[in-house]
Design a protein around this ligand. Structure first.
Ligand code: NAD
Ligand code: UGA
Length: 464
């Protein structure tokens, strides 16, 4: 089976970049990315490619190359579904905020809406690909909806989870460690569908890096991968607290441990806590699934990763208050970095949101500078928490356009995102414009202790 038309439902952080790469690498396939969010689609179609809605290094050039040739962004969802041989579902699957499983389970309403829409408008057979991260056995529910259309159209369901990380999405998509495709490999039609998707990726990924499994293994592998990654961060962060008590340095510990080839050196960077749209959501989902099968010990084991992460964010904020003589009321604290990691404008679940919220509860005045996050987004993040009124958020926290402006006349500076440009700041000048004693809290191990102390800062770094 040869794929000529692909439709992707969801033009977000996954749908947009993934489809841009498919379009770039498969000029013979028409790729249409659809979304109900008109503003987002308009931004993807903006004449100036620098205005596309997602900042990822290298992405705008790829969009420039493929857009209008075989890459299209549209709000006409029905049309694109009907035309496609293969439909990727790449919509959001956030943690449920209501009803059964509130605060734990993945909310699958957007997925179900997509399935119903596909069932309603399809007039020819299609391969439906789960690109979103989903609880294991979701394909069963999709199948149920799709098989009951009554119009004879046949669907094959594949699981093809995405492993890209934000900030490195383009590289991750161009040279993935593996592409995982789960399908009904026991049936002829199922195998055909799997092969059709393998052929799409084989345009740029070598066959050894394309792994095929049954659907359930594929769905569960995605949750497992995120749980393992997040667990490493919580493990090193747990050690960071012990390092601070014992005189060990978490970076040295991470290096020593990581040189053991069985452990490996990546993903051992201690921090103020992991953020992002997925780690917390996917682990909570895993915990919920384990609990729903009665696997209490399994659930508790993974829940601890989240408990430790919440602790890490809180103890960093507490450290600031304690160090500033137990009160930050009326004190000016500069926050450098609002994104959940460098090289992205995404702020979902960013540690900065929680640290700022904690300090605002202590009546601190916060000044934020982030090179890629807008003022509108920062206020939206705080308003979403619902801790205080919108007016109070705007009066307690201000957003400025340079690090220098953020730090001027402040009592303390907290580095919460590891943007490269913060390393190159003129820290001497920043110091001279701050109130004394000038406190500097490094939540990312970005700065050199000795250099900062030589300038005169009272310096605190995670795990040291
Ligand atoms: P996102 O919120 O950026 O994008 C999802 C998009 O889907 C939104 O623009 C929304 O308007 C659209 N949408 C929702 N329902 C729709 C419908 N019925 N019809 C048309 N459009 C609809 O989310 P994301 O970050 O791209 O994540 C998508 C999925 O991929 C999630 O399941 C996530 O867990 C998974 N994932 C995300 C990442 C990441 O780095 N962000 C990486 C791997 C996997
Ligand atoms: C993560 C995974 O790395 C991707 O493989 C996965 O596809 C994705 O989640 C997803 O499913 O959404 P992402 O959240 O974009 O990607 O970014 P990461 O690089 O994993 O970082 C997550 C958080 O952990 C960030 O806040 C980062 O600063 C933090 N982190 C990461 C650390 O604190 N220390 C580390 O050593 C690594």
């Amino acid at each position: 089976m040869k794929i000529e038309n692909i439709c992707c439902i969801g033009a977000g952080y996954v749908g947009g970049p993934t489809m841009a790469i498919i379009a770039q690498k498969c000029p013979h396939i028409n790729v249409t990315v659809v979304d109900i969010n008109e503003k987002r689609i308009a931004a993807w179609n903006d004449e100036d490619v620098n205005n596309i809605p997602i900042y990822e290094p290298g992405l705008s050039d790829i969009v420039k190359e493929a857009r209008g040739r075989n890459l299209f962004f549209s709000t006409e969802v029905d049309n694109a579904i009907d035309k496609a041989d293969m439909i990727f579902i790449s919509v959001n699957t956030p943690t449920k905020t209501y009803g059964m499983g509130k605060g734990m389970a993945a909310d699958l309403k957007f997925i179900e809406l997509c399935a119903r829409q596909i069932a309603r408008v399809s007039t020819s057979d299609k391969i439906v690909v789960e690109k979103s991260t989903l609880p294991v056995r979701t394909a069963e529910a999709l199948k149920n909806i799709l098989e009951n259309t009554g119009n004879g159209v046949k669907f094959q369901i594949l699981s093809n989870p995405e492993f890209l990380a934000e900030g490195t999405a383009v590289d991750d998509l161009l040279t993935p460690d593996r592409v995982l495709i789960g399908g009904d490999i026991d049936s002829e039609k199922g195998k055909e569908a799997v092969n059709a998707l393998v052929d799409v990726y084989a345009n740029w990924v070598s066959k050894e890096h394309i792994l095929t499994t049954n659907v359930w293994s594929s769905e569960l592998s995605k949750l497992t991968a995120n749980a393992f990654l997040a667990q490493r961060v919580s493990s090193i962060n747990a050690m960071s607290e012990l390092c601070e008590k014992t005189g060990a340095d978490v970076n040295e510990v991470a290096k020593a441990v990581g040189m053991d080839s069985r452990i490996g050196s990546r993903f051992l960077q201690s921090s103020v806590g992991f953020g992002g749209s997925c780690f917390q959501k996917d682990i909570l989902n895993l915990v919920y699934i384990a609990k729903s099968y009665g696997l209490g010990e399994v659930a508790d084991y993974w829940e601890q990763v989240i408990i430790l992460n919440d602790h890490q964010k809180r103890r960093f904020a507490e450290k600031i208050v304690k160090t500033l003589f137990n009160t930050v009321s009326g004190k000016k604290i500069a926050i450098l970095g609002w994104a959940f990691k460098k090289d992205t404008n995404d702020t979902r679940e960013s540690a900065a949101i929680y640290v700022a919220d904690y300090l605002m509860n202590e009546q601190a005045e916060i000044i934020v500078y982030d090179p890629k996050v807008t003022e509108e987004q920062i206020y939206a993040d705080l308003d979403y928490l619902g801790t205080r009124s919108e007016n109070e958020n705007r009066s307690l926290l201000k957003v400025v356009n340079t690090a220098k402006d953020a730090c001027r006349d402040s009592h303390a500076v907290a580095v919460l995102t590891e943007w490269d440009e913060y390393k190159k700041l003129d820290w001497k000048e920043i110091y001279s414009n701050m109130l004394k004693p000038a406190f500097l809290f490094d939540g990312r191990r970005l700065l050199e202790r000795k250099a900062m102390e030589d300038i005169g800062f009272e310096f605190y770094a995670i795990g040291n």
